[in-house]
Design a protein. Structure first.
Length: 151
């Protein structure tokens, strides 16, 4: 039997670049609300903390959220810190998706400068927050469909 409930999504926002995070979230929320999904927003200091927040939420209540939208921005600086944050946040999210079967929309921008970030975050440009929410919804639908096939 098909799961007809509207999806309930956790949006995890890295707030290191507050203005960019807000714009990413604006795009994501528009997609979720347009699809009839409900959502809760959680903030974390930076992109590195996003996988842990999703793992904590899932471990605390596995059925509370149908999916997760990871939003943030990492702008290259003068040190290799950028490489570690980008790589480890992406790896952490992929591990959660693959190993725990979580529906995660990836909306962490990894850019060279603020101009690139805004070109990708702005809802009137590339709107990557919307793309991440759409990916999350599509993965929830796939998970539900595969669950029906196994019944």
């Amino acid at each position: 039997m098909a799961d007809a409930r509207p999806p309930h999504i956790m949006i995890v926002e890295a707030r290191f670049y507050v203005d960019i995070a807000e714009e990413l979230c604006r795009g994501a929320v528009a997609v979720l609300e347009g699809a009839g999904a409900t959502h809760e927003r959680v903030t974390v200091p930076g992109a590195f903390e996003i996988p842990a927040a999703i793992a904590m939420a899932h471990d605390a209540s596995p059925s509370r959220f149908d999916g997760y939208v990871a939003l943030g921005c990492v702008i290259r600086g003068e040190t290799t810190h950028y490489d570690y944050v980008c790589g480890e946040s992406a790896r952490g999210l992929q591990d959660l998706a693959a190993n725990r079967g979580l529906a995660i929309g990836y909306g962490i921008l990894t850019v060279e400068d603020s101009a690139q970030a805004w070109a990708r975050a702005a809802v009137d440009k590339k709107d990557k927050g919307a793309d991440a929410a759409q990916a999350c919804l599509q993965m929830i639908e796939l998970k539900r469909r595969l669950g029906e096939e196994s019944e």
